[in-house]
Design a protein around this ligand. Structure first.
Ligand SMILES: NC(=O)c1ccc[n+]([C@@H]2O[C@H](COP(=O)([O-])OP(=O)(O)OC[C@H]3O[C@@H](n4cnc5c(N)ncnc54)[C@H](O)[C@@H]3O)[C@@H](O)[C@H]2O)c1
Ligand SMILES: [Fe+2]
Length: 398
């Protein structure tokens, strides 16, 4: 069963060991986004486009960055129209602006949506194409201009991943553009940019980072390097997300979450994600359920269904994160780990079902999720149509 998918994954495993994965130069800590801005000035850039969302711009959260860049002689144009889950129209509007202003560099400041939107705009600007032409693996010929990012959620890890997610709003479907050229050259993990993130978005985006780390850890393409990154991310998220959720202004918790999200991104960009993402992308595409929220709700069910195959791996994560009793057997610890995820969700007001889910969409969701996962994600256990159907039944609001 699933021989072709397994062969494709083996091929991807070999490719991921041969193809160099670039990593950005990273600045970490309070005001590191200003340090990054000064580095941009030093590099001699004269015209830059800053890409963000309307909310970030209106609240003045990018003002200090703008002031720093402008006082260093950089002419900055701001494109602040990136919506959650950016669509083709927004990308094209951004590309038009990059052309009109003859941008020499692009700086994304925002959540995964702004960073992914900016990645795609830069790629379309450089390759003079429609975003849909870049969907899939290795379709980006060049990036053309330097690209920088400062995430304001922790998060997607997009600041270090080879991926950009774009949404076809007509087909109501999300698509991934995957290419190592999408990785920014410089990144700032600045907790000050995250203190205004509301608790519900802190919770959802933090659970996205946890999903990246867990899916990367149980992936069949996991390596010693991705294991270390994923383990450290899981421990940091379990320890810091509850604080970041309750005390949003706690800079240390925010910084630890930003680093964890980055590490989880680095892990999953190499060993991949799994069915949690394959299913949650469909919930995002069809119903606009926020990405992290969907992952948080779906994750415990996918882990349940993947037991006992992943018991040893989840037990390792539990021991590393101080979840459960260290001397317990693997099965018990793995169950305690999944129970902790459920508890974290409950404590942060994340439900166990998806209110928007409709039974008549099950077939579309399952077909698209299996198509996305099989041959692309190195899942530890293969799910059938029926497995997915059972899982969706559990997600359905009572
Ligand atoms: N490229 C990747 O590797 C990757 C990985 C996972 C997910 N994604 C994609 O990223 C997108 C989700 O990104 P996200 O979860 O970061 O959310 P987001 O970027 O969509 O942001 C969610 C909301 O939070 C607001 N926001 C962001 N930062 C804020 C701040 N500091 N203060 C106040 N409000 C703030 C945004 O304006 C938006 O309204 C999805 O499209 C998802 O599919 C990409
Ligand atoms: Fe994700």
């Amino acid at each position: 069963m699933h021989t072709i998918s397994r062969l494709r994954i083996a091929g991807l495993g070999i490719a991921s060991r041969i193809i160099p994965f670039p990593t950005p130069k990273v600045f970490v800590g309070a005001d590191s986004s200003l340090t990054l801005s000064r580095e941009i000035i030093k590099s001699g850039i004269k015209r830059l486009t800053l890409i963000t969302s309307a909310g970030m711009y209106k609240r003045g959260e990018v003002d200090l960055i703008l002031r720093t860049l402008r006082s260093g002689g950089v002419k900055v144009d701001v494109f602040h129209q990136v919506e959650p889950d950016p669509g083709y129209e927004t990308i094209q509007a951004g590309v038009k602006r990059l052309r009109e202003t003859n941008a020499q560099a692009v700086f994304a400041v925002g959540g995964g949506s702004s960073i992914d939107g900016a990645k795609t705009m830069v790629a379309c600007y450089a390759n003079d194409c429609h975003p849909s032409k870049l969907i899939g693996l290795f379709k980006v010929r060049k990036m053309g201009v330097p690209f920088y990012a400062a995430p304001t959620t922790a998060g997607t890890g997009s600041e270090v991943t080879v991926a950009a997610v774009v949404t076809d709003k007509v087909a109501r479907q999300k698509h991934a553009i995957i290419d190592p050229k999408l990785v920014p050259s410089m990144v700032a993990l600045d907790p000050k940019l995250m203190v205004g993130l509301p608790p519900d978005i802190t919770a959802a985006t933090g659970m996205d980072a946890l999903t990246h780390a867990v899916e990367a850890y149980v992936s069949t393409l996991a390596t010693a390097e991705t294991d270390a990154l994923a383990m450290s991310a899981v421990a940091a998220i379990v320890a810091n997300l509850p604080t970041a959720y309750r005390k949003g202004k706690d800079l240390k918790a925010r910084e630890n979450m930003a680093q964890a999200s980055y590490d989880a991104g680095l892990a999953f960009t190499r060993s991949g994600v799994g069915y949690v993402h394959a299913i949650s992308h469909q919930l995002g595409g069809l119903y606009h359920v926020p990405h992290g929220f969907a992952n948080a709700v779906v994750m415990p069910y996918v882990l349940d269904r993947s037991m006992p195959k992943i018991a040893r791996r989840l037990a390792e994560l539990a021991r590393g994160a101080g979840v459960g009793t260290i001397a317990s057997d693997d099965q018990t610890l793995a169950e305690q780990f999944i129970a902790r995820i459920r508890k974290m969700n409950r404590d942060m007001g994340i439900p166990e079902t998806i209110a928007e889910l409709r039974r008549e969409d099950f077939e579309t969701i399952i077909d698209r999720a299996l198509k996305e996962a099989h041959g692309t994600y190195a899942v530890p256990v293969y799910f059938s149509f029926t497995d997915c159907h059972d899982l969706l039944m559990k997600l359905l609001a009572k």
